[in-house]
Each structure stands twice: as C-alpha cells, then as structure tokens.
Design a protein around this ligand. Structure first.
Ligand SMILES: [Fe+2]
Ligand SMILES: [Fe+2]
Length: 154
C-alpha cells in the first residue's frame, strides 16, 4: 500500500467515527429527557452538526486525494440516560481523536496544507475529549492544594 493510500485509509477511519458521531449525538439529542434536557439537548444537537461538518471536510479531503469517502459509520454507542450518553460521547471522542492522530502520523504523504489541517482537527478533538472528561467527572483535583481564603470555614 502506498503512503498516500495509507493516508486515505486513515482519513476514512476518522470519517467513519465522525459519521458515527452524527448519528450517536442526534439520537442523544432527541432522547435526552428530564431537566437535563434543557442543558444537553442543544449540546448533543450541536455536536451532531459539528460531526457532520467534520465528516464532510474529511470526505472532501479524501476525494481530492483520489480516494472514495466512506458511507459506513463506525460503532454507534447508545444510552437512555444522560450520564450514559455523556460516557458514550467521551468514548466516541476518544476513538475519533485516535483516528485523527493516526492520520496525522502519515499526513506527510499529501502536502503541508493537509498536515496542518489535520493538526487543527487533532487539537479540536482533544478539546472535545477534555470537555467530556470534565462533564463526566473524570478529572480529580488535589483538594489539599486549594487555598482557603479569610473567612472560609470549611
Ligand atoms: Fe470531529
Ligand atoms: Fe469531536
């Protein structure tokens, strides 16, 4: 397999994760109930639209490289409750980030513009992972390092 074919293959893997995101986030947006709906419906809706834009951008890039953009989404994770939806979103974003990073490793097979374009997306997907790690309570702070101000009783 030529290095360009390898790049196309890896971009298609990233595209499959973005297509999965379109569907997974859309399902979450329409299914989220309870008060959380006020907060998370829009978040899931916008995440679905963003994944669609990313999938299309990947498709454009794959096509200009002479590849056939995939129409098959990767694994779609489902959940009926908000916590489960957010955990599923985190897993999706981690998989998408890994796919973008894998494409980055071989991006030199195309041109500098493609390399920088992929780099920007790696940064963006890392932001999504970071945000969802916070949303799902995965971050632990060293509580002892919090400075207590005057008048603090705790
Ligand atoms: Fe994305
Ligand atoms: Fe993302």
């Amino acid at each position: 397999m030529s290095s360009k074919e390898e790049l196309i293959k890896r971009l298609n893997t990233a595209m499959a994760w973005e297509l999965a995101g379109v569907i997974q986030y859309m399902q979450a947006a329409v299914m989220v109930t309870g008060y959380e709906r006020e907060i998370f419906r829009e978040f899931f809706h916008e995440s679905s639209e963003e994944a669609r834009d990313h999938a299309e951008a990947l498709g454009e890039k794959i096509a200009v490289l002479g590849g056939i953009p995939t129409v098959e989404p990767a694994t779609i994770r489902q959940a009926a409750d908000v916590q489960g939806m957010l955990e599923a979103a985190l897993a999706l974003e981690e998989d998408a980030l890994q796919a973008w990073e894998a494409a980055h490793e071989v991006a030199g097979a195309a041109n500098n513009g493609t390399l920088y374009w992929i780099e920007e997306h790696v940064a963006e997907e890392q932001d999504h992972v970071d945000h969802l790690r916070k949303l799902t309570g995965k971050v632990t702070f060293a509580a002892g390092d919090i400075k207590k101000g005057k008048g603090t009783t705790a």
